[in-house]
Design a protein around this ligand. Structure first.
Ligand SMILES: [Zn+2]
Length: 81
């Protein structure tokens, strides 16, 4: 038997979709693969964010007009998001 992750009702072990709410009956392996992929995406996003922040900091060091404290802080807040 497969338990529907959405409505928690029991379905046939051969069913691909819940017969009660028609949601897909995802097996454990697929779910963890999806979670793993999501984790990789989040890590990649974090890497990109850190690189963008580093680029901005380098631009700041090399650009005297950016060295207005308020402007810098505003930009930094944006990159921290
Ligand atoms: Zn269901």
């Amino acid at each position: 038997m497969k338990r529907c992750p959405q409505c928690q009702k029991e379905n046939s072990s051969t069913a691909n979709h819940c017969m009660y709410c028609s949601d897909p009956l995802v097996v454990g392996e697929d779910l963890s693969a999806e979670a793993k992929l999501q984790k990789e995406i989040n890590e990649a996003k974090e890497t990109i964010r850190l690189h963008r922040k580093q680029i901005f900091e380098l631009e700041y060091i090399n650009n005297k007009t950016l060295q207005d404290t308020n402007k810098y802080q505003q930009k930094l807040i944006w990159y921290e998001k």
